[in-house]
Design a binder for this molecule. Structure first.
Ligand code: F6R
Length: 608
């Protein structure tokens, strides 16, 4: 994972680097560092912890420096510590580099270099690259990188400064995102081009095995054989807005409360009421392409996978298309069979999730056509997919995904409606479904209105260390997503199960010390679900139900009930999930957790 950043130009490079790192912190935040090149000397500062802690010590670096590289880390090799923080330098401090990705053969290279007398100071795979390039350097840095690239295996993007190359940043990449932005008398290097936008929108994307030299007034690009490549700069379409928390205590809470608006943004302009159908103008598949789809395969990770899991119920139920969802990191190594007529949908909020991108590449190589559902424009996934449907949810800063999840599901619901209407669903049925979709933003607003009540309930449940989250049918993926929210922001163990599975083993864990959050909003299986809850109750398990208005039969079973507005079974995941997000948020607040940046996590998971 990790975020890399580089600056060369006329401004205070340390200040610009700190500003850039703050925006890249979503890629990891366990340590950070900067190195500057000034008058042929490299100096650096590193700190364990967040960028704010690096900023506090960055006054040791010269304000006159005009070239810097910087890094914010999510530890892969070596624990979070100052010594393992990037930049890493070679023995003579002739070069410093920052790295995003993993060098898979780092052990082998480390041994080779140690045999030549190199002394390592950190546990990282990255330090190997610094010593390797230095080992091959004899006056021509590009030659040294060319030789190093022949040996390096893995996925990586690297930015480097060298004391013999004043005013320049040299960067190279393999299977990892890297972009260079060119402004007026200044250039930027980063894993994420969106952060250049206050200064420039002219961007060059660096491909596999390519090497780029960024000067303040020009960019030189080479292939792995050091032949020059002539590639035009692209103009970034999105403008990254500076986002503040406003009056909210956390970004996560702000983003939960933004959902009436983000849902509207995902829905608006994508339906035709008159025909009771959805219509995505950005979709490049023709009607006959859509009609020829026989199977759908959804790839995603984490919360996006939960949105995809929900969509499997919907696409089969509503559109009668066999649909399978796969965890990207697993699917890739299954040696999958892709049968003709399969539409592949890759879901990712960030568009940078390495596992999903790797699975997409694998499938593209097998000839599959990829439809992405993504929130971030110009992200790697959107550039590699054949077509993208955007969420338009606005930046999601909180590490735990909230508004992106509900937007992903509503976009998938609209897509399912379009597929269903092209097949067998009547106009009237389509209009009813659309009406229910259009009611969602207001229904979510009603759930937000009861946030104070949910906060009170959270106080009652915050001391428990183990939870079950149960649901049936559409409420099963909903329970999984609710449990993930609780785990990641409160650090509480939460097991999600299809309620019918409890008696096959997990019920052994039920006790008065292990509450169950019961997702009741699936009317078709409601009676069966109530029986499952009685089995929990009979074993003294406390029950907090999230149920729809008007539902009956919970008295005497549930200890507490959160009532959410009533909708179709197919869409009930949205109001119920918002209630579960609030519950997880308030429990995390009671437990004093770092809600926006939970321990061990990163917003973009850019390593496999
Ligand atoms: C959980 C969460 C993660 C992400 C996952 C995939 O709240 O945010 O589980 O959903 O890392 O990320 P994207 O959607 O960016 O591919």
């Amino acid at each position: 994972m990790c975020g890399i950043y580089g600056y060369t130009g006329y401004r205070n490079a340390v200040k610009i680097a700190i500003e850039g790192l703050k925006k890249l912190e979503y890629r990891g935040y366990d340590s950070a560092g900067i190195a500057v090149l000034e008058d042929g000397t490299i100096t650096f500062a590193k700190q364990r912890g967040k960028v704010a802690e690096l900023e506090a010590v960055s006054n040791t670096l010269s304000n006159d420096a005009r070239v810097a590289i910087a890094h914010t880390r999510w530890a892969t090799h070596g624990k979070p510590s100052e010594i393992n923080a990037h930049p890493h330098l070679d023995t003579g401090n002739t070069l410093a580099l920052v790295h995003n990705g993993i060098i898979e053969n780092h052990n082998e290279l480390r041994s080779m270099l140690q045999q030549k007398g190199v002394k390592f100071v950190s546990d990282t795979d990255t330090e190997v690259v610094a010593h390797l390039v230095s080992h091959f350097y004899s006056g021509n840095l590009l030659e040294a990188i060319r030789e190093s690239l022949k040996l390096l295996r893995g996925a990586f993007s690297i930015a480097l400064i060298h004391r013999d190359m004043p005013g320049q940043i040299v960067a190279f990449a393999h299977q990892a995102p890297l972009a260079v932005g060119l402004g007026k008398d200044e250039a930027f290097v980063s894993s994420d081009p969106n952060i250049f936008s206050p200064y420039t929108r002219e961007v060059l994307y660096i491909g596999n095995g390519e090497i780029v030299v960024a000067h303040k007034d020009k960019i030189e690009l080479f292939n792995a054989n050091l032949e020059r490549i002539d590639r035009k700069l692209e103009t970034l379409t999105s403008i990254s807005s500076d986002v503040s928390k406003g009056d909210f205590a956390h970004y996560t809470l702000k983003e939960i409360f933004e959902q009436p608006t983000s849902l509207l943004a995902a829905i608006n302009g994508h339906f035709i009421n008159e025909y009771g159908t959805a219509n995505f103008q950005g979709l490049t598949l023709s009607s006959s392409d859509l009609l020829s789809v026989q199977r759908i395969l959804i790839l995603a990770c984490g919360t996006s996978w939960h949105a995809g899991f929900l969509a499997t119920y919907l696409l089969e139920d509503l559109a009668r298309i066999p649909t399978q969802v796969e965890i990207s990191s697993e699917y890739r190594y299954k040696n999958p069979v892709v049968v003709p007529g399969t539409l592949v949908i890759a879901i990712s909020q960030s568009g940078e999730t390495a596992d999903t991108i790797a699975a997409v590449r694998e499938l593209k190589a097998k000839g599959a056509w990829i439809l992405a559902i993504c929130n971030v424009e110009s992200s790697t996934l959107t550039r590699e997919a054949d077509n993208t449907l955007y969420l338009h949810a606005g930046p999601e800063i909180g590490v735990c995904s909230t508004k992106a999840f509900t937007s992903q599901f509503v976009v998938l619901a609209l897509f399912a409606l379009q597929m269903a209407r092209m097949r067998h669903l009547s106009k009237i049925e389509g209009q009813e479904f659309l009406n229910a979709i259009n009611a969602l933003p207001n229904q979510v607003a009603k759930v937000l209105d009861i946030a104070p009540g949910i906060a009170q309930l959270a106080k009652k449940y915050a001391h428990f260390d183990n939870f079950f989250f149960l649901g049936r049918r559409y409420m099963y993926p909903t329970a999984m997503e609710g449990a993930l929210k609780l785990k990641e922001i409160s650090y509480i163990n939460a097991n999600a199960y299809a309620a019918g599975e409890m008696k096959h083993g997990p019920i052994a864990l039920i006790s008065d010390n292990c509450p169950t959050v019961a997702f009741c909003a699936n009317k078709q299986t409601y009676e069966k679900f109530i029986s499952n809850l009685m089995e929990v109750k009979a074993r003294s398990g406390p029950i907090l139900a999230i149920a729809e208005e008007g539902c009956e039969g919970l008295e005497g079973i549930a200890d507490d009930v959160i009532i959410v507005p009533k909708t179709l079974d197919e869409l009930a995941a949205i109001p119920s999930s918002v209630a579960a997000q609030l519950f997880a948020y308030y429990i995390a607040l009671c437990r004093g957790a770092d809600i926006d940046q939970p321990r061990n996590l990163a917003k973009s998971v850019t390593v496999e």
